[in-house]
Design a protein around this ligand. Structure first.
Ligand SMILES: [Zn+2]
Ligand SMILES: [Zn+2]
Length: 225
């Protein structure tokens, strides 16, 4: 079973997802966006142990809470990121462009590879490589959450995809920042998101929840299928 708690955090209203298997109490944070202490406190309240930080990509507003989370944990959480975003990670996630100097936390030691599976208790997250917003962007697909309770979705037993800044409810990720590429972004959405079941819930890095079917039909940038 997968439990999901979401946090919308400063300065870019980026959504961090705390995910856990409530039976084993193993937890991971997908994009620890900001204010790591807020995420930590919630995990502690629930008796969950954060062992992993998984990054869809290395922009500063998706990793800004990593340092505070890692500082409070022993052993340190393992950090996973696609190698194509290591340069961006080392550059502080590009925060200097926006006037932010973040503590990036522990060095990524797990390299995401397209098609690999990340395990969290009984849950399996399929890593899909989806460049375009950044060169190393990935999404994480869970085919069956078996969720009894899932705070952002509010429903049980649906597939979900944590899709970072690839696609949003009614929009898509920007491609004007260093390493972005529009044609690559569109290809990633069509090949890696629109091939998922229509009722898959899309949990993005910004904005409200949506589904694959909804975006296929109505997304003004890539929809109309
Ligand atoms: Zn981004
Ligand atoms: Zn973002």
């Amino acid at each position: 079973m997968l439990e999901i708690v979401s946090f919308t955090l400063r300065p870019a209203q980026t959504i961090a997802y705390l995910v856990a298997d409530p039976e084993t109490r193993e937890a991971a944070v997908i994009d620890p966006s900001w204010d790591g202490h807020v995420i930590l406190k919630e995990a502690q309240k629930r008796g969950w142990r954060i062992g992993h930080l998984w990054y869809t990509h290395a922009h500063f507003d998706h990793i800004g809470g990593a340092g505070a989370i890692a500082d409070a944990l022993n052993p340190l959480p393992l950090v996973a990121l696609h190698p194509n975003d290591h340069v961006l990670w080392r550059a502080g996630g590009g925060g200097a462009l926006f006037g932010f100097d973040i503590d990036p936390g522990p060095e990524p030691t797990i390299d995401f590879v397209h098609g690999m599976t990340m395990k969290l208790g009984s849950n399996e997250f399929e890593v899909r490589f989806t460049p375009g917003h950044t060169p190393g962007h990935c999404v994480f697909y869970v085919a069956d959450t078996r969720a009894e309770r899932s705070e952002p979705t509010g429903e049980r037993s649906r597939s979900v995809c944590f899709c970072g800044d690839l696609i949003f409810n009614g929009s898509v990720g920007r491609t004007d920042l260093p390493g972005g590429d529009w044609d690559t972004l569109v290809k990633s959405i069509k090949e890696q998101i629109f091939t998922l079941p229509d009722d898959t819930r899309l949990l993005s890095g910004h904005g409200p929840i949506t589904t694959v079917g909804e975006e296929k039909m109505n997304n003004p940038f890539v929809g109309g299928m």
